[in-house]
Design a protein around this ligand. Structure first.
Ligand SMILES: Nc1ncnc2c1ncn2[C@@H]1O[C@H](COP(=O)(O)OP(=O)(O)OP(=O)(O)O)[C@@H](O)[C@H]1O
Ligand SMILES: [Mg+2]
Length: 246
């Protein structure tokens, strides 16, 4: 039997002394696509950041197992090397580091091996083409001056190049035009396979058009209050959160 990719038990976390997560349970197995929805401020991004090990958040209780191993004390870079990837809701701009160099350094840090330049460049070019990104963006500083949608594409490019076991996408679809949502949805679907898994945080659901969601969770006030199949998305879209939170 394959190990669970992620197993979160009774997770509580706070930020700046304020309790945000209050006992979250979540198990993600290989090949599964999980969708996390919930009202603004419910704690979705907090959960993503806590899984990644963001030091701003304090773990108050519970555990986070990644492939059976407790990672709750590990630094973010260790978690990344183990195969966890987080695409940020608001990607940062980094002056002085080109997108290409950033990706090459990340690849090297994660694999622990030198990156062969030519195959890497070819792979990068292919993935940029798939995302409809002009090759010139590889030479630009990471996200600097990128439009909102371009930043999101740059995140998905990182996903494709890093090939993580667990991809957490925090509102990767927000602020994208209709064609870009479709393109990104297709690219995420292309990445998916039977041995990796995804946790997709979203408010709009177009991103799911090419992805079969196995589980849909609703997070409210720091807890997962409802879990269902893909049809729960339609219920939420039609009736709002208040209907499912009753
Ligand atoms: N670094 C931080 N400093 C202070 N407060 C924070 C921080 N991170 C999160 N919070 C607070 O924690 C709560 C949950 O925020 P979070 O970003 O997790 O919500 P969310 O569910 O992702 O909402 P949205 O749908 O708007 O993205 C909010 O009240 C937010 O203000
Ligand atoms: Mg958020």
């Amino acid at each position: 039997m394959q190990k669970n990719i992620l197993e979160i038990k009774e997770l509580s976390a706070s930020v700046e002394g304020k309790s945000i997560l209050k006992g979250v349970n979540l198990t993600i197995r290989p090949g599964e696509v999980h969708v996390l929805m919930g009202p603004n401020g419910a704690g979705k991004s907090t959960l993503a950041n806590v899984i990644m090990g963001d030091p701003r958040y304090r773990l108050e209780g519970g555990s986070i197992l990644f492939e059976g191993e407790d990672i709750s004390g590990e630094k973010p870079d260790v978690r990344a090397r183990k195969g966890i990837f987080l695409s940020f809701q608001a990607p940062e701009e980094i002056q002085g580091v080109t997108l290409e160099n950033f990706l090459r350094a990340s690849r090297g840090a994660c694999t622990g091996k030198p990156v062969k330049v030519l195959p890497f460049k070819r792979e990068l070019q292919r993935n940029m083409e798939e995302l409809g990104m002009d090759a010139s963006y590889a030479k630009r500083y990471l996200n600097v001056g990128f439009s909102g949608g371009e930043k999101k594409k740059s995140e998905i490019l990182q996903l494709a190049m890093m090939n993580p076991k667990l991809a957490i996408l925090d509102e990767t679809d927000s602020g994208l035009d209709v064609d870009a949502v479709k393109l990104i949805s297709e690219n995420i679907a292309r990445f998916r396979n039977e041995s990796n898994a995804m946790l997709i945080i979203t408010h709009i659901t177009k991103i799911l058009q090419n992805l079969p969601a196995d589980y849909v969770h609703v997070l409210a006030e720091g807890k997962i209050v409802r879990t269902g199949d893909a049809s729960l998305v339609d219920t939420i879209v039609q009736e709002g959160f208040s209907a499912v939170l009753k």
